[in-house]
Design a protein around this ligand. Structure first.
Ligand SMILES: Cc1cc2nc3c(=O)[nH]c(=O)nc-3n(C[C@H](O)[C@H](O)[C@H](O)COP(=O)(O)OP(=O)(O)OC[C@H]3O[C@@H](n4cnc5c(N)ncnc54)[C@H](O)[C@@H]3O)c2cc1C
Length: 447
């Protein structure tokens, strides 16, 4: 991949777009000549290949960065699709508003947040991002500008929320913000000794807190399997430390070392230490480190070295969550792979709006793995066996390797979705998960 070609967060797979276009004005956008396929590219915070279009064209949206309208009384905001969530927070937090849903990094564009229908720590109360989208404009390659809302062109709305950039280019998005009395967060930390204890804590904490996430020690085994730290939070009431928290200073990892600095030894040592680290049971914290702790270290993905890394994020339905997660964690711990960034969270019952949305009721687990080639791919396929068996799903935004059969099992509405794909749009992800079908159809047609 050329040094300047936009890539994905996991730095895998390598990808070389034939053309990179920077969209500045969606009204005058001219697509590259056929047969080159196109794909919108936000800020490349997807880990795998949903934002890649190897051999095709990327339509980079970061220059679509204008705010269009903000109503500080009602909290509705309309902005171009390349505006970052960090830029929205900087505008609205001082005026008493907050994003309805935020993922674990704020360096995500509005268009990317819609196209992956992202979720946050408040899924059990707020559902996913798409549930707070009031409208967007979709540009199709035939030149049509389609205004979509949950009730107008509703089928296009459902296909584009979580639609992985394949239904066209989102030009702007209008969302409903949530009111906050205070930008500070009242946070609570609690250690849990294993997976059973984590599952037992959820009912109590979910009733009291809108934001919940847990870190787990994915190297722990035996009776400590699934041990970790439960972190819950809520916006502080008015009066408590009202001044806006200062923007935290960030450090940058300057380059990717030839080999991953995340290895078996560093993972075990870090996890053991992190689990035992003394931390306040309850306290006030600025919203930035609570929601986006990793944003303090810019380009942290470089720590995994030049070969990059995989993230595996699955969701397991409630009935099988205990057994399936235990099996997944046991397989990870026995493999000696895995990392420091392991996250566990229960999704609530709120239905996601998109035909391909990932969030659904159950427990979601996200794990990072340095890319050790075949060894890692085999492990991830063994994790997929468990997820498939439990009727769960893997998140496309984090994926670079699931098979077409797995994808179609996880997303049974893929056929209804595929009728909405813009004929000029495609991605490395879509070609990968559809490759076996394309070759099967070709074989049938020939025979
Ligand atoms: C540290 C970290 C933490 C994260 N935590 C979470 C989390 O908690 N929850 C979660 O859900 N995700 C999480 N993510 C994943 C991230 O939120 C999503 O991958 C998000 O979609 C990335 O947005 P982006 O702007 O970088 O888009 P990209 O990654 O560049 O693109 C994502 C998809 O959106 C499409 N797209 C982008 N812009 C447009 C547009 N204008 N029109 C149409 N399609 C478009 C692309 O084609 C692609 O398919 C995390 C990622 C990181 C790096």
């Amino acid at each position: 991949m050329s040094a300047t070609a936009p890539g994905s967060w996991g730095r895998y797979p390598p990808s070389k777009p034939r053309q990179v276009l920077h969209c500045r004005d969606p009204r005058t956008l001219i697509l590259p000549a056929e047969p080159l396929s196109c794909l919108p590219f936000g800020n490349g915070r997807s880990y795998g290949d949903v934002c890649l279009n190897d051999g095709g064209a990327l339509l980079c949206t970061r220059k679509l960065d204008r705010f269009i309208a903000f109503d500080p009384v009602m909290g509705s905001l309309r902005a171009e699709a390349g505006v970052l969530l960090s830029e929205i927070l900087a505008l609205v937090v001082p005026q008493g508003w907050f994003l309805p849903v935020t993922p674990g990094t704020r360096f995500v564009t509005l268009g990317g947040a819609v196209a992956n229908d992202v979720h946050g720590k408040n899924h059990h109360v707020a559902g996913s991002f798409g549930g707070h989208v009031r409208a967007f404009e979709l540009l199709r390659s035939d030149g049509e500008h389609r205004l979509c809302t949950p009730t107008h062109h509703a089928d296009w709305f459902r296909a584009t929320v979580g639609g992985l950039g394949l239904t066209g280019l989102i030009a702007w998005v209008e969302i409903q913000l949530q009111r906050i009395a205070n930008p500070w967060i009242v946070a609570e930390n609690r250690r849990f000794a294993n997976l059973d204890e984590f599952l037992a804590l959820n009912d109590d904490y979910e009733a009291r807190y809108p934001y919940i996430v847990s870190w787990i020690d994915c190297a722990a085994q035996g009776r400590a399997l699934g041990r970790g730290i439960y972190m819950a939070g809520m916006h502080a009431p008015p009066g408590l430390m009202k001044s806006p928290p200062a923007e935290p200073r960030a450090l940058t990892v300057p380059f990717a070392p030839p080999v991953s600095l995340i290895n078996n030894l560093s993972v075990r040592g870090f996890n053991r230490l992190y689990y035992r680290l003394p931390r306040p049971a309850r306290g006030l914290t600025p919203y930035q480190p609570f929601f986006h702790p990793l944003d303090k270290l810019l380009e942290w993905n470089r720590l995994y070295g030049r070969r990059g890394f995989f993230q595996y994020q699955c969701v397991i339905p409630p009935a099988d969550a205990r057994e399936a997660l235990r099996e997944i964690l046991a397989r990870v711990a026995a493999s000696g792979q895995g990392s420091m960034l392991a996250v566990l969270k229960r999704f609530g019952d709120k239905t996601s709006g998109g035909l391909l949305s990932f969030p659904r009721p159950g427990v979601t687990l996200a794990l990072d793995f340095p890319n050790r080639g075949r060894e890692t791919l085999d492990l991830l396929e063994r994790l997929d066996e468990v997820t498939r068996q439990a009727d769960g799903a893997v998140y496309p935004a984090k994926d670079a390797r699931m098979s077409g059969d797995s994808f179609r099992q996880y997303y049974p509405r893929w056929e209804a979705f595929s009728r909405h794909i813009d004929p000029r749009f495609s991605s490395s992800f879509w070609r990968r998960v559809m490759a076996d079908r394309t070759s099967r159809e070709t074989t049938c047609a020939i025979s």
